[in-house]
Write a protein that binds this ligand. Sequence first.
Ligand code: ADP
Ligand code: MG
Length: 368
Amino acid sequence: MYNKPIFRPSFGNRPDSLVGRDEIINRIVEGLQSYPGSSERATLIIGQRGMGKTALLLDLSDRSRSLGYIAVRVTCGENMLDNLIELLQREGSAYIKDNKSSIKGFSAGALGFSFGLTFTEEAQRTFGFRVKLQMICEKLATCGKRVLILVDEVDPSILQMRELATAYQELIGSETDIAIIMAGLPTAISNTLNYRTLTFLNRSQQISLGLVPVTEVEFYYRSAFERASLMADNDIIKKAALATDGFPYKIQLIGYYLSKLSIEGKALTLKDLNKANEAASEEVELKVFDAMLNPLSDMDINFLTAMARIDGKIRISDIENSLGITHGTAQTYRRRLLDAGIISSPRRGELEFTMPQLSEYLLKQDLA
Ligand SMILES: Nc1ncnc2c1ncn2[C@@H]1O[C@H](COP(=O)(O)OP(=O)(O)O)[C@@H](O)[C@H]1O
Ligand SMILES: [Mg+2]
């Protein structure tokens, strides 16, 4: 048996604890408990890399099981529909109580299943995704089970995503007991995109996944440090929590580097924390910021850098002046960066960065 470390900073894993997400979880779980066909059964979670979208999907998948759901999780892509059906068959078959005598009889076959959730050869060949999904939902319903589809890394440009959206809408039209939770980057639902799937994404209950309260990180660190055998006084714990900025990925990174620096029987020092924070920040820059900035144009970066150079309130008029661009041009960049979830507008005419540290990183790049 492996002893799982408490802090594991890699994408897509299940954290030791999902810090600061109780409210969001409750809201989504409530939606799952609403009546079949309710619009609250379709949820879209939007957040930057490292905000914990995948971790949240994993958690919701577990929770949904106690609500009678058969939950299957796929990554959005051109093969996801086959995967979905196969996963449903695998996860769901344990709950199918086939009447033994009907297996040999014609009735089971007539419904399109040979046994459990396995389709007859004919059904497998003739029916498309939508019908297969409906058949599985109906059969599971007879055993008191319903279906939850979780789609990670949602991309509206993927054809199979469109097919899934259409199928889902048709199924809830006939009050099939099904729900869907999707997660993706802000760009996935950007206003500048024009795909039919977008209507579906935009109509679903949207949940924006942001930073978690630092006080909750501090509370979590108190127990986690103890379990990870990290010795630290209250001041260090508080400062460690502050250093995370409430960014979930950084909660893992800081904990991880502190564990590496910790010496048995010795309390962690401020120097240790500074070192851990430096290493953690570097990884955030590499794994989050670079990926975020990569698809942007030089002009987008100039716009962001101009923002970073402003101390205090960032007014769009100041950026226009500093870059010597017209109001119209500035609006184009502003819109694009808002869509990408990199900046937000706290008040009319004002902008701010959504991610902590990004401004410092841009200035550092600018000097290099
Ligand atoms: N609420 C949270 N509390 C603590 N750690 C979290 C939380 N959410 C995610 N993590 C951890 O942060 C890292 C990034 O999370 P992940 O779900 O992969 O992000 P995303 O899918 O949004 O890119 C993972 O190591 C994950 O375990
Ligand atoms: Mg993810």
